[in-house]
Design a protein around this ligand. Sequence first.
Ligand SMILES: [Zn+2]
Ligand SMILES: [Zn+2]
Length: 363
Amino acid sequence: MTDKPTLCKRCAERLGLESDDGGMCEICGNVLERTELIDSIGPDFEYETFNVGIVMPDSAIEREAALVRENRLTGVRSFKTEFNKEIRAALSSRLGKRPDMESPDVTFEINFVKNRVFYNIKPMTIYGRYCKFSREIPQTKWHCTSCRGRGCKKCNFSGKMYPTSVEEIVAGPILEATRGRESRFHGAGREDIDVRMLGDGRPFVIEIINPKARSIDLREVEEKVNMDDRVSISGLEFCDKSLVEHLKNTKFKKTYNAHIDKKLTKEEISILESELAVEIEQRTPIRVSHRRSDKIRKRKVYKVIGKDNRTTELEIYCDGGLYIKELISGDEGRTIPSAASLLKKQLTCCKLDVLKIHYDHFR
Ligand SMILES: [Zn+2]
Ligand SMILES: [Zn+2]
């Protein structure tokens, strides 16, 4: 019996150990000599940068650690690090692509346990702003509440509550251009289905899962989306995924136009202009209480401008997160003050539009 381990040349040199010649390497099982897996890498999709991930059996990792411990080796680079570097260099020259360890377009997971290579494609994220001119479509796809998307009689076997959504109208041409598998839509907040989104639109990020083409013409995508007269988008640009969190976690101030169901007098309008522009205490509205926790929010209204047309309209500039329909109606005393409580009469917001989301896209 010899106490020399059996190692391949690479592993012996890396650890600086003497080894028995011949036989299977105790650490890596001579995986790098079996080149079929690495040779098979040749994606048929578009990417500029790549990284390599290696999956080896646990026993290999344990065996290497044991040898390091027994021989009191220090400063040893693991075989994973070393092989990774070697494979990266070889692939870079064969494929003519650039390695990127931070945020590659694709990671080649070379799995020596399953004897397969997996392509992990980085999702694409695209920023833009959308307007919605319809009072009949939601921002995102709503699964049918009866069948939860499987399809039933109630939803006409579509699995959806509404025939389409801003998300679907926007995603269509983008999925087509990128040949992606699916999309995820992240809006900076959302408006109710019956509320229009006007002005320069609401910021959003759309995420494309498994895109096969990355250098797409964003202006062309905009044109295609804008052929649908219910939605328009503008300012598409490629962005970092971190923008999603930023849009989700920031409350933006908004300007609304609220149509009141009654014609108010000049005096009544001037009362609202001066007395509604204050801090509002708003308990969770009855209509959303089934999905939002019941609490009291404090939000400011900064400015109210009355417009006296055939019916009265109020332009309201306020904090994000304030429910405007309830700011008008009072929601049975749950929103204080409200247009209704100030004028001591029943008022309803019969139509609502978002005129502006106060957000400047940072660069
Ligand atoms: Zn080895
Ligand atoms: Zn259904």
